[in-house]
Write a new protein. Structure first.
Length: 94
């Protein structure tokens, strides 16, 4: 699934398996919670992104990938995110 417009929903988004891909900067709601299962991937796709809450899903964390732009993670819940954050983007954990 690709987000080509800024999403305004709030609450929990779980990527159980497959890909959630950004088609625009800050496509995922910054105020939302992102949970990645071990078989889920979020591709920031070179856009800037902010994630307020990031946590492991079933089986641990999945993969967040980005080859440009920047990623800001504001809160890690449940103590950790055990998935991989890959690519050549700038990462800020606040």
């Amino acid at each position: 699934m690709q987000f080509n417009a800024v999403q305004t929903f709030t609450g929990l988004t779980t990527v159980q398996q497959g890909y959630l891909k950004y088609g625009i900067a800050n496509a995922f709601p910054v105020a939302g919670t992102l949970k990645l299962n071990s078989t889920g991937t979020v591709d920031i796709n070179g856009f800037a992104a902010g994630i307020t809450t990031l946590s492991d899903g079933t089986g641990g964390g999945g993969v967040i990938t980005n080859n440009a732009g920047s990623l800001a993670v504001l809160t890690l819940t449940q103590g950790f995110f055990s998935g991989a954050i890959t690519g050549s983007s700038n990462l800020s954990v606040i």
